[in-house]
Design a protein around this ligand. Structure first.
Ligand code: D9A
Length: 346
């Protein structure tokens, strides 16, 4: 896209980036006046502009719950990600995190930049969490508990088999899908989606991230983070890090293609999940990340640059996805287009 032909076909999309910028400015102006909520929304805006943008259309109660859920998960993630925390300190924090969210006096400093601010000001997130309805609080607590326990399990365990890979992705992302389905259901606008379909939406997003972020994770200091399953990469190299060396380019791309193919297993479930969401705002919130994911996979397939730097959708393309994803027909259209792109590369 971006060609003259595409512009002529969609004259209403001449300025998707401009529209995105206007929407972002509007979102910033909507920051609430109570200081703890203002902090939570500006924090969300800083760690993920597009996420903050897409949740704007949700009703206030659900939007607040999703904002707090996101920040709590980011905080849990910051603890898991910080490779400088010793295991014996980290594991108890992960396991007890679902109790810390109720405790305005709990504090643990870690992470860097925005994530350090989030950790240092976590009591503000707790304050906002305690104002959510009971149904939302319980759903968030339940997921935080299961995710913390799962992360703790994988601190001392490597991702060996494809089953391990699915299990790890279930803890860090599938559970997010389950949790969001519960929040949608608690907001009374949505029937409860099946756990298996909700799980698949998270697995599809997370597997895409794991593929895209290969180089960043392998180069992590002081210690690499390795999520690609040995069962797949061991067919191509002796060590996962060998994929980044130029002499292994052929094997690297073959391995990458097998990883992409593995994540495509979830597409069917994801489409089923989305097609059962009747509320337009919730639908868009769920559909935009899924379209971004299939787009990212199409870009990554057969692409050696995954092992050289970052392969990301351009900002203009992201803006187009956000503005053009409104109905299930749009989603089918986008999945069809990106599948054709994949097919042409196979
Ligand atoms: C999500 Cl509450 C995520 N993750 C995402 C973002 O989307 C999902 C983290 C916390 C929450 C939600 C998401 C959105 C809508 C419906 C969902 C869902 O399920 C029904 O989660 C499954 O990536 C992180 C996990 C994949 C680990 C769950 C989208 C997002 N995208 C990034 C882009 C990027 O490059 O990471 O955050 C961004 O906008 O910055």
């Amino acid at each position: 896209m971006g060609s003259l032909g595409a512009i002529l076909k969609h004259p209403d999309d001449l300025y998707p980036l401009l529209k995105l910028k206007m929407a972002a400015r509007h979102a910033e102006k909507q920051i609430p006046s109570e200081p703890h909520w203002a902090f939570c929304y500006s924090m969300l805006h800083r760690v993920s502009r597009s996420f903050a943008l897409v949740i704007q259309q949700l009703g206030t109660e659900l939007r607040n719950a999703v904002c707090i859920f996101y920040l709590i998960l980011r905080a849990l993630d910051t603890v898991e990600d910080d490779t400088s925390i010793p295991t014996e300190v980290k594991v108890p924090i992960l396991i007890a995190f679902h109790r810390h969210i109720y405790d305005r006096n709990w504090h643990f400093s870690c992470g860097t930049k925005d994530y350090k601010v989030l950790m240092d000001q976590f009591h503000v997130v707790s304050t906002a969490f305690l104002e959510l309805g009971k149904g939302y609080q319980e759903a968030i607590e339940d997921i935080t508990k299961r995710m913390g326990a799962g992360m703790a399990k994988f601190i001392c365990k490597e991702v060996e088999t494809i089953d391990d890979y699915d299990e790890y992705c279930h803890y860090v992302a599938g559970l997010v899908g389950l949790g969001l389905s519960k929040l949608f259901n608690a907001s009374e606008s949505e029937d409860l989606a099946s756990d298996s379909l909700s799980n698949s939406t998270g697995l599809f997003l997370q597997k895409t991230n794991i593929i895209r972020d290969y180089l960043e994770d392998i180069n992590e200091i002081p210690k690499s983070r390795m999520f690609w399953p040995r069962e797949i990469w061991s067919k191509y190299v002796n060590k996962l890090e060998d994929l980044k060396y130029e002499e292994n380019s052929v094997e690297a791309v073959q391995c990458l293609n097998e990883m992409v193919t593995n994540s495509l297993i979830h597409v069917d479930d994801c489409l089923k999940y989305m097609s059962a969401l009747p509320e337009p705002a919730i639908f868009r919130f769920c559909a935009i990340p899924q379209v971004m994911a299939i787009g990212t996979l199409a870009m990554c397939y057969n692409n050696i640059n995954v092992f050289r730097g970052v392969v990301k959708m351009r900002r203009g393309l992201t803006a187009q996805v956000i503005h053009r994803t409104k109905t299930m027909a749009d989603v089918y259209g986008a999945f069809f287009d990106f599948s054709c792109m994949l097919k042409s590369k196979v």
